[in-house]
Design a protein around this ligand. Structure first.
Ligand code: GLC
Length: 741
C-alpha cells in the first residue's frame, strides 16, 4: 500500500519538476492536479467529494461511526470537527500511509469567532465597525486554527438578516448589505491572509456561507422557507456573498433553505449560473450538514439517490455528512446518469485547494507541536481578543452619566451571567475552553476590590426561580450602585435556536424591577446573541451596556468599559425593535404610500398599539463623551455621471472623555423607477477625537454608489434628486440635497 503512495508523490513531484515554469501558476497547478486525477479510480474520486465529521464534535443530526475505515479505503478525503496537531496527524497518517494513493485529508472546522482564543460573537464584532479589528480577529483565529492542524474554516457566515427571532443572527454582521460586505471582505482577508496565500501555514481556507439568503427564513424560524423577489435578493442578500468571493474565498457552503421554491443545495441557478458564471467563483462548493439528504424532506427528490443527482447537476462538489455521494454517485456514473467528466471537475476543484495548501508537498505541514504551543492562547492573541471585545460593546443608555463607575464605590453585582464563563464564549465557540477564564464578577472583584463587590445571583438566566431575590435585594441595600448582568443563555442563539419572544428570558427583568424600587442607580450589562426587546429594561435601568457574548477576555473587557478604561464606541449592526411585533424592522425601509408622518391620524402605515420606530436604531451607540455634528457641506449640488461629490462634516467631541465615533453616511434616492429605501448606508469613518477636539470628516460619493436594480432589473443609476445624510446613527442625522445628472 505504501509503495503506491510513494508512486503518487513521485509522479506529482516529477510533473511539478518537469513542468516548464509557466507564467500561469494555475496551468502548473492544473497539471499537478491532473497527474493525480489520472491515477484515481472512480471510487477514489468520489471519496474526495466526501466530508465526514469526526466524533470530536457533532454539529448536526448524524454521525457516521466508521469514518476511519472510510479514510483508509479512500472513501473519505475530508474531515471536519477534528483538531489539534496530535489528532489531525493521526488521521492524516491513515490517509497518507494506509490508503491506496495516499491523498492527504483536508481538515475543516467552524472557527467562526476564534479557535481557542475566542473573540466576541460575530454580531458583536460587527458592532465595532472596525475593519482592522475584524480582520485581526479572523487572522488570530486562522493562526490558532492552522497551528492546531486545521486547513479550512467554515466562515465567514455572511447571511444578512433583519429578523432577531432567528438565532443565527449572532453569527453574522447584521442587517445591512454595505456593512456586511465590508465585514465579509475583512474576515476573508483575515482567514486567508492579505495575499490569499493558502500555502502559508498560518492561513486557512475560508468558506462563504450559507449560500444563499439563509438569513431570511419566514417567521424567523431556522431552516424555514425563504421566498423573496430577485430584486430584494440581489440588492440586500447577495452583496456580502459577492464581496467575500471577490476577496478570494475559495469555498462556498450551500444553505439548508429553499429559495424561490428550490432548495439551495439543488439549485443550478444559484450554484452554477449565479455563483460560477456570474460571480466568477473558482473554488469548490460544499453542502451544509446533510443538506443533500434534506431535499427529500423538502419534497424535490423522492429519495437520496435523486437528491444526489440534483446536487451534482446543480454544482455541488462536496457532500457534508450526507453519505449520498458515496452511496450513489458511482452507480449513477456507471448507469450514465452522471458523466465522469462532471465528477472530474468537482474532484479537480478539491484537489487544487489541497495543492494550494501545500498538502501534496507535505501532508503534515500543519502538524507542528512547536507551532501549536507557540500560537494557541498566545499573549498577543488574548490582548487582541480584549481589544476587539471592548470595541464591540455598545452603550445604549447612560442617564446622569452613571457610567463610568468610580473605583472603590461599593457595588452589588447580580445575575447568573455575571459569574458565568461558558456563556461569554457564545455559540460556535470552536475549541475554546473556559475553565481558566475569569468571569465578569471575578474581574470586577479584582479591579474594584473584594470588599467593594457584593455578589448575589438573584435570578438565573432562564426559569422562574425567585428564591434568590431576597439575597439580591439585601446586597443592593448594602451597596452604592448595582451592576446587573442579564440576557440569554449562550445556547439560546446560534443554530436551531429561534425564539418567538425576544424579551430577556426568565425572571431577570422582574428582579431588575424589584431592585429599581430600592432607588440605587442600576447598570444593566447584556449578554445576548440577538437584538432583544428591551422596552422594559430601558425604563428600569439607568445605564445599559450591550456586551453580546464577549469571548475569552470578556470579563476584563466589560470591567474596563464599565470603569472608563475604554470609552465605548460600538454601534448597533442590527435594529433593536420595541417589540417582536414590529419585526422585520430595519432602517432601509420603504416610505410606503401612507407614511407615518401624514397628518391623517388614522389612515397611514402604523400600529395602534406600538410605535413604528425601533427602541434603538441601526448604527446607534452612545459614548461617555458627546459628539456633535455640524457644517455638512457638499462641494457641489450636482453629481455628474463621470463625476464625484465631496461631502464634509465637522464632528466635535464636546464632552470630557476622549473617544471614538463612527461617522455614518447614508443616501436616499427620492424618485426611482421602483420604490427606493428611505436610507442606505454608503460609507463610514471611524475617527478618534480627544475631549474638546473637532475634525472635518470627508466622504466621496460617486454615481456607482447610487446604482440599483431598476424596474427592468438592469443594474444602474437614474438621474434625479437625492439626499445625503450623515450622523452617529441612522436616525439622528444632518442632511443635504443633491442632484444626479
Ligand atoms: C451546521 C451549520 C454550518 C456549519 C456546519 C458544520 O449545520 O449550519 O454553519 O458550518 O453544520 O458544522
Amino acid at each position: 500500500m505504501k509503495h503506491i503512495s510513494l508512486i503518487l508523490f513521485i509522479t506529482v513531484f516529477l510533473i511539478a519538476a518537469c513542468t516548464p515554469s509557466v507564467n500561469n501558476t494555475d496551468a502548473r497547478l492544473d497539471k499537478r492536479v491532473d497527474s493525480v486525477l489520472q491515477l484515481m479510480t472512480l471510487e477514489e474520486k468520489i471519496g474526495q467529494m466526501v466530508l465526514y465529521t469526526s466524533d470530536w464534535d457533532v454539529t448536526g443530526p448524524t454521525l457516521r461511526e466508521n469514518y476511519l475505515d472510510d479514510i483508509r479505503k479512500g472513501h473519505c478525503g475530508n474531515i471536519f470537527n477534528a483538531h489539534t496537531v496530535a489528532y489531525t496527524r493521526q488521521l492524516q497518517k491513515i490517509a497518507v500511509e494506509e490508503s491506496r494513493l495516499g491523498i492527504p485529508l483536508l481538515f475543516g472546522y467552524d472557527v467562526i469567532h476564534g479557535h481557542k482564543t475566542i473573540f466576541p460573537i460575530s454580531l458583536g464584532e460587527a458592532a465595532s465597525w472596525d475593519t482592522t479589528a475584524l480582520e485581526l480577529s479572523a487572522r488570530v483565529s486562522a493562526i490558532e486554527a492552522a497551528a492546531s492542524g486545521l486547513h479550512w474554516t467554515f466562515a465567514p457566515m455572511v447571511d444578512v438578516s433583519v429578523d432577531p427571532r432567528w438565532g443565527r443572527v449572532s453569527e453574522g454582521a447584521g442587517e445591512d448589505p454595505f456593512l456586511g460586505s465590508v465585514i465579509a471582505r475583512a474576515r476573508v482577508r483575515g482567514f486567508q491572509g492579505p495575499s490569499n496565500d493558502l500555502s502559508d501555514t498560518l492561513t486557512v481556507l475560508a468558506t462563504v456561507k450559507h449560500f444563499a439568503a439563509y438569513g431570511a427564513p419566514e417567521a424567523g424560524r431556522d431552516y424555514n422557507t425563504v421566498d423573496m423577489s430577485e430584486r430584494v435578493f440581489r440588492s440586500i442578500y447577495l452583496p456580502p456573498y459577492r464581496a467575500a468571493i471577490d476577496a478570494g474565498a475559495l469555498s462556498v457552503m450551500t444553505s439548508f433553505n429553499e429559495l424561490d421554491g428550490v432548495p439551495a443545495t439543488g439549485s443550478r441557478y444559484l450554484l452554477t449560473d449565479l455563483l460560477r458564471t456570474e460571480l466568477g467563483f473558482k473554488g469548490f462548493v460544499v453542502t451544509d450538514y446533510t443538506s443533500i439528504n434534506e431535499m427529500v424532506d423538502h419534497g424535490v427528490a423522492a429519495n437520496f439517490a435523486e437528491a444526489g443527482l440534483l446536487a451534482i447537476h446543480a454544482g455541488v462538489d462536496m457532500d457534508m455528512q450526507g453519505e449520498v455521494y458515496f452511496n450513489f454517485l458511482k452507480k449513477q456514473v456507471e448507469e450514465g446518469l452522471v458523466s465522469e467528466k462532471l465528477i472530474d471537475e468537482a474532484v479537480r476543484r478539491v484537489l487544487k485547494v489541497k495543492f494550494m495548501l501545500g498538502l501534496f508537498d507535505d501532508p503534515y505541514r500543519y502538524c507542528s507541536e512547536e507551532r501549536e504551543k507557540r500560537y494557541v492562547y498566545a499573549p498577543e492573541h488574548l490582548d487582541a481578543a480584549l481589544d476587539v471585545a471592548r470595541k464591540s460593546m455598545v452603550l445604549l443608555k447612560n442617564d446622569n452619566q452613571l457610567l463610568p463607575l468610580k473605583k472603590g464605590e461599593k457595588i452589588a453585582v447580580l445575575g447568573e451571567l455575571a459569574a458565568s464563563t461558558r456563556d461569554m464564549l457564545g455559540s460556535w465557540k470552536a475549541a475554546g475552553d473556559w475553565d481558566f477564564m475569569q468571569s465578569t464578577l471575578d474581574v470586577l472583584r479584582e479591579y474594584n476590590g473584594e470588599k467593594n463587590v457584593i455578589y448575589a445571583e438573584g435570578a438565573k438566566k432562564t426559569g422562574d426561580d425567585r428564591s434568590g431575590f431576597a439575597a439580591a435585594l439585601s446586597a443592593v441595600r448594602k451597596a452604592d450602585k448595582v451592576v446587573m448582568v442579564i440576557g440569554e443563555d449562550w445556547d439560546w442563539s446560534g443554530e436551531a435556536a429561534s425564539r418567538t419572544s425576544i424579551q430577556v428570558p426568565g425572571v431577570q427583568t422582574e428582579l431588575l424591577a424589584a431592585v429599581k424600587k430600592l432607588g440605587k442607580p442600576v447598570v444593566v450589562v447584556l449578554m445576548n446573541g440577538r437584538p432583544l426587546d428591551l422596552s422594559r429594561e430601558h425604563l428600569l435601568a439607568d445605564a445599559i451596556l450591550e456586551a453580546w457574548y464577549p469571548g475569552t477576555m470578556g470579563g476584563k473587557a466589560i470591567t474596563q468599559v464599565l470603569y472608563g478604561e475604554y470609552n465605548p464606541s460600538g454601534k448597533l449592526p442590527m435594529t433593536f425593535p420595541v417589540n417582536v411585533g414590529q419585526v422585520p424592522l430595519y432602517y432601509y425601509a420603504k416610505n410606503t404610500g401612507r407614511p407615518i408622518y401624514l397628518p391623517n391620524p388614522k389612515y397611514k402605515s402604523r400600529y395602534i398599539d406600538a410605535p413604528n420606530d425601533p427602541l434603538y436604531p441601526f448604527g446607534f451607540g452612545l459614548s461617555y463623551t458627546r459628539f456633535e455634528y455640524s457644517a455638512l457641506k457638499l462641494d457641489s449640488k450636482q453629481l455628474t455621471a463621470e463625476g464625484q461629490l465631496k461631502a464634509s462634516v465637522t464632528v466635535t467631541n464636546s464632552g470630557a472623555y476622549d473617544g471614538v465615533e463612527i461617522v455614518q453616511w447614508y443616501v436616499r434616492d427620492l424618485v426611482g423607477s421602483v420604490t427606493r429605501p428611505v436610507k442606505e448606508l454608503k460609507g463610514f469613518n471611524r475617527i478618534e477625537l480627544k475631549a474638546g477636539e473637532s475634525k472635518v470628516v470627508e466622504f466621496l460619493l460617486t454615481p456607482s454608489q447610487l446604482a440599483f436594480y431598476r424596474q427592468d432589473m438592469s443594474f444602474g443609476t437614474e438621474p434625479g434628486d437625492f439626499k445625503l445624510f450623515v450622523g452617529g446613527n441612522s436616525r439622528d442625522v444632518l442632511e443635504a440635497p443633491f442632484v444626479l445628472k
